[in-house]
Design a protein around this ligand. Structure first.
Ligand code: PAF
Length: 271
């Protein structure tokens, strides 16, 4: 595995290949990332993984500082997975140039996480747009756990007529149902149990909504989640995956999207 810190040296190397399959990450690698990398390796292009904890997508400095990092362990894992290239840029390497494409922010960026984390998606799209310009990947592998992010990146690529294609990868879960996330590294055993109980509670809720074809009383659900151990709930809402519109009538297809805190750790998922 070749490691790059400088985009110009990386670009020189990429030019020698037929194309790149790209897995963008912020490190703290887990089974979700491993699954993205394994998918990428099935394609005929070389796999490039990036590790960059992007300060612009954190709406709180404290969250950026406490975001779990483990570069040594990550590099060891990526070598084991026989990834071709690893790009670990500096802030200047990413933000020290003016990208050609402007960011297209679909209006759905104001909902769900966009409502509760001001500037978050602007930061995500800015960094992804820059990565695309540097790497010009044939494919980009993204997980459905962060579905709103995936949808907005897709919209940006569509509107800006970028040639890279998004490969949507399924959410990978722990045996206890909780979706793998770098943020899980901040949870202790008891907090993990709470996350698992919340997952099962909301999975059952979704089944009930589907069966009864009915509305759900959000205030009651939030109260129950607090009883289970959540500190705060940002949102619980039904969205259609295709058009990312809110679903009011539950006989339509939807996923239940939710974001909540256990102590200071914010977790998101959709089921
Ligand atoms: O999902 C993530 O880890 C990040 O938001 C991404 C796509 C790597 C951009 O920083």
């Amino acid at each position: 595995m070749k490691i790059f810190k400088d985009k110009h040296i990386l670009q020189k190397e990429i030019l020698k290949t037929k194309g790149i399959s790209f897995v963008p990450t912020m490190g703290g690698l887990h089974k979700g990332h491993i699954s993205l990398i394994k998918q990428s390796k099935k394609f005929k292009f070389k796999t490039l993984v990036s590790i960059f904890v992007n300060p612009k997508q954190f709406n709180k400095k404290s969250d950026f500082r406490s975001y779990p990092r483990n570069k040594k362990k990550d590099i060891k894992l990526l070598k084991k997975l026989k990834v071709n290239y690893l790009y670990i840029p500096t802030f200047k390497d990413i933000y020290g140039f003016k990208p050609k494409n402007k960011i297209f922010l679909d209006k759905s960026s104001k909902r769900l996480c966009g409502k509760f984390r001001k500037g978050h998606f602007e930061g995500v799209l800015d960094v992804v747009n820059r990565f695309i310009e540097i790497i010009k990947p044939k494919y980009i592998f993204l997980g459905k756990k962060d579905y709103q992010q995936l949808y907005l990146i897709k919209k940006h690529i569509e509107k800006s007529k970028i040639k890279s294609k998004i490969v949507e990868c399924k959410t990978i879960r722990e045996n206890n149902g909780v979706a793998f996330s770098t943020r899980n590294l901040s949870l202790n055993k008891n907090q993990m149990k709470i996350a698992s109980n919340i997952f099962y509670y909301l999975s059952n809720l979704k089944k009930k909504i589907k069966k009864k074809n009915g509305q759900f009383k959000i205030s009651l659900i939030k109260k129950n989640l607090i009883k289970i151990g959540a500190k705060k709930i940002d949102y619980i809402e039904n969205y259609n995956l295709k058009n990312f519109k809110k679903v009011k009538n539950s006989n339509k297809k939807f996923n239940l999207f939710f974001a909540y805190y256990i102590k200071n750790t914010r977790l998101i998922d959709n089921i």
